[in-house]
Ligand binder design. Structure first.
Ligand SMILES: Cc1ncc(COP(=O)(O)O)c(C=O)c1O
Length: 406
């Protein structure tokens, strides 16, 4: 038998199994109510519109929809993306857009274009696990900055950058999920956005704005996008159709200055030549016919109901003890629960599975392994009944655990 381990490239050997995917296997057991996945609600997929749009695209545009396309993206889709950006106050042109095979490819491209082994990359504590996986595979040294209810702590961010600068570390970018963050549900405040950009100009680092959930807003006024505040100087924005249309379409895009876009396009060419032309044209037509705006309004309303249900179930079933708290996201798919410091969500997990309820352990989202007393709860996928029953099971488990700790 060939020694596979010896033959794998260093980066392959470095890729860690996703904790989430491993845990998800357990959550698939019959009867388990899962708040663990991060999936959109499949009952909200706009199946009839997709059928209509797909037929239209193939009939009207079979030659280009079934052909290879330009690496940077189909002009029809870029046009729609530029319009979307303009609505957000971003002054961009086609040259500032790279269509990607959804945002996860955008992250992979960032790794390929920017990270040399042991480069420091600054991330939030907690942060999106798929980002951490990519940066880890490129051998970045991850530095985490704690968050509070207003997003990343910019005072601690500045302290960290001063330290990295003093140590002559070649830090390059700060990775943020500023809107209804995966995993915490927290949104970066307007004031902190301004501060992040000030720091980026002062200390010379790029800011990655990974924002799949921004449009799924239930209430409140959206803060300005980092991209609109920056004007293509230091912000690289990743967006996707996954949460506002369907994830199966696998189409997303990057917005950045022309130089960065052309480097990323070169890297993408070697990866997949182009994102599916058919999927891009379906997405473009979906936007063109005004269905995207309707779909965004539809899912936002649907997920708001589920968020509300989860909030009231938490109020009803969780014990009232010091240190037990959860976030109240104004949008997105997730909320974040903190247990009292002496309880470990990691240790509670197998017991939760026995009680037939699942979540994702918060420590999986912390690049420094901290956050043992935290968990992520998804409210978009479970049904109303499952939300109530699942939180009841979780509440009872936490109560039991508190008694056992005494
Ligand atoms: C913050 C963040 N970035 C990127 C992605 C990847 O999304 P996709 O590749 O489906 O666009 C996700 C998916 O959940 C996410 O939460």
């Amino acid at each position: 038998m060939i020694d596979l381990v010896k033959n794998y490239a260093i980066t392959t050997r470095r890729i860690k199994k996703s904790v989430i995917r491993e845990l998800l296997k357990l959550t698939n057991k019959p009867g388990v109510i899962s708040f663990a996945g991060g999936l959109p609600d499949p009952d909200a997929f706009p199946v009839e519109w997709i059928e209509e749009v797909t037929m239209k695209v193939i009939k009207e545009n079979s030659k280009s929809s079934l052909q290879y396309g330009p690496t940077d993206g189909m002009p029809e889709l870029k046009r729609e993306i530029v319009k979307h950006s303009k609505k957000l106050g971003e002054n961009i042109r086609d040259e500032n857009v790279l269509v990607t095979t959804a945002s996860q490819q955008g992250l992979e491209l960032l790794g390929k274009v920017f990270i040399d082994p042991s480069d420091p990359v600054i991330v939030e504590l907690p942060s999106y696990i798929g980002g951490l996986q990519v940066f880890g595979a490129y051998s970045a040294k991850m530095h985490g900055v704690p968050m509070d209810d207003n997003g990343i702590r910019t005072d601690l961010l500045e302290e960290l950058i001063i330290k990295l600068k003093k140590d002559e570390e070649r830090y390059k970018f700060l990775y943020l999920v500023p809107d209804f963050q995966n995993p915490s549900g927290v949104t970066l405040s307007q004031e902190r956005r301004k501060k992040v950009l000030e720091l980026s100009y002062k200390y010379d680092f790029l800011v990655v704005e990974d924002s799949p959930y921004k449009d799924v807003r239930f209430e409140g006024t959206p803060p300005a996008t980092l991209q609109s505040m920056d004007g293509l100087k230091s912000v690289i924005t990743l967006r996707t159709f996954s949460k506002i249309f369907v994830p199966g379409i696998r189409v997303g895009w990057v917005v950045a200055n022309e130089d960065i876009i052309s480097k990323m396009a070169l890297a993408k060419q070697a990866m997949d030549l182009c994102t599916s032309s058919l999927c891009q044209l379906i997405a473009a037509k979906f936007c063109e016919l005004g269905y995207l705006d309707k779909q965004i309004a539809f899912v936002s309303k649907r997920y708001k109901e589920k968020r509300d249900l989860m909030m009231s179930a938490l109020e009803k079933y969780m014990p009232k003890v010091e240190g037990l708290r959860w976030t109240r996201p104004d949008g997105g798919l997730f909320l974040w629960l903190e247990l009292p410091k002496n309880l470990s969500a990691d240790e509670l997990f197998p017991k939760a599975i026995e009680e037939k309820v699942a979540y994702v352990i918060g420590s999986a989202f912390h690049c420094d392994g901290s956050g043992a007393n935290t968990m992520r709860l998804n409210f978009s996928f479970p049904t109303h009944e499952q939300i109530d029953e699942g939180i009841k099971r979780l509440g009872n488990l936490v109560k039991k655990q508190l008694v056992n700790q005494k």
